[in-house]
Design a protein around this ligand. Structure first.
Ligand code: FEO
Length: 400
């Protein structure tokens, strides 16, 4: 059975929600699911913007068939070739033999790489090209590395609709609520939107900045992303978030304490540091057990907050493996402009502090590591409380 929503008088959301998938890209947990958005324009000619993941293709095809209501499909515009949006291209072409695929040179190259039979049915476009479908005239805007090199966005100059590809997307299934004004985004969606951006597109901040600059020159009324709600109001709220995230600026002054603790002693010290920070007036403190928190969540919170305390045991004379994994992910995602403090623990040959410091100092860019460090030998004892106080004071001083 079809499940569609009207976006404007002649534009329909024909995507689908995915609730069964546990891991997006087989790595990021999505307990609230995800939506794969596709949009169908009924102009003099009919135009489908992107397709969906293979897992929800049946729902999508029912939706397209319902909205077309017997009309042929004339065009399929592919803004992004990643299979979560492009896997159903061939199925669409099989069902709609008159449809021509409109996309970039790189996207067509990838379609061939993925084994799609598209030759003879393609129309290549590039930055600045326009195309009329009847009443609607669209402009194609290159968006390389947001999030793959072939990506583009399509702007409908007639009604101000931006088909934004992966930009302005979010994890989370829509469950009927298509528009940002039908949900409490700041309460229910922002954490998933941040986790989506930082883990999927976070590495490509400068490319997102380029796209934001291009977008600032056009009169966007509605943003239709490939995941998550459609934005038709308060666009500035989300654009400001994207601007911050892509410049690697924290949203808030605050401290996240990420601890690795085998028997609870490092955790206990992390808790004492948190309490000391709060007593000294820094109440925006949150603790995460690196062994129980998915790294995608840690990354998202690291983009949100200004300060990170790494509190870790020494393990096999090295870093605790999950702390190392977190640091490697931070580096891969290009995280910058944060202040770190270090708490290290080791019952003998305590090494984790120096290893974490050197990673931050040598492998990452624009990172400040505080000189003050709390070194524990097995557990936090009375004699170490002055060191803990000094570290808390240094963290607070660095926030001013
Ligand atoms: Fe949602 Fe880069 O694909």
């Amino acid at each position: 059975m079809h499940c569609v929503r009207k976006v404007t008088d002649d534009l329909y959301w024909v995507g689908a929600n995915e609730h069964r998938l546990a891991l997006f890209e087989n790595i990021h947990p999505i307990p609230r699911g995800v939506s794969y958005n596709s949009y169908l324009l009924l102009d003099k000619q009919t135009v489908l913007f992107d397709t969906v993941d293979w897992a929800v293709c049946r729902q999508f095809l029912d939706n397209v068939e319902k909205v077309l209501d017997g009309r042929p499909l004339d065009y399929l515009v592919i803004n992004h070739m990643e299979p979560d949006h492009a896997a159903s291209i061939e199925e669409v072409l099989l069902r709609y033999p008159k449809a021509t695929v409109v996309s970039t040179e790189k996207a067509f190259m990838m379609m061939r790489q993925f084994g799609f039979h598209i030759d003879g049915r393609i129309e290549e476009v590039k930055e600045g090209d326009t195309k009329s479908f009847g009443a609607h005239v669209v402009a194609f805007v290159a968006a390389p590395m947001v999030h793959w090199p072939e990506a583009m966005v399509t702007f409908d100059t007639t009604n101000g609709v931006l088909f934004a590809a992966d930009a302005f997307g979010s994890f989370g299934a829509l469950d009927g609520k298509l528009f940002n004004d039908e949900v409490d985004f700041d309460r229910d969606w922002i954490d998933d939107a941040r986790r989506y951006f930082t883990n999927i597109v976070g590495k490509y901040g400068p490319h997102v900045q380029t796209l934001l600059k291009k977008a600032s020159g056009i009169d966007i009324k509605i943003v239709c992303p490939l995941h998550g709600p459609v934005w038709r109001s308060n666009l500035g709220y989300f654009i400001e978030k994207y601007d911050k995230w892509s410049r690697y600026e924290p949203e808030e002054k605050g401290v996240m304490i990420v601890y690795a603790s085998m028997y609870g002693n490092t955790e206990s010290a992390a808790g004492s540091l948190a309490a000391t920070l709060v007593e000294k007036g820094m109440t925006n403190v949150i603790m995460y057990d690196v062994s129980k928190t998915h790294v995608s969540q840690l990354i998202s919170e690291t983009f949100r907050l200004s300060h990170v305390v790494l509190a870790s045991v020494t393990y096999n004379l090295g870093m605790y493996p999950l702390i190392h994994n977190y640091l490697m992910d931070m580096k891969a995602l290009n995280l910058q402009k944060r202040t770190f403090a270090i708490v290290e623990n080791g019952s003998w040959a305590c090494k984790s502090g120096t290893l974490m410091h050197d990673f931050l100092d040598q492998e990452m860019r624009e990172i400040t590591v505080l000189d003050e460090r709390l070194t524990l030998n097995s557990a936090l004892n009375e004699d170490k409380l002055p060191e803990l106080e000094t570290l808390a004071d240094a963290i607070i001083a660095s926030m001013k």
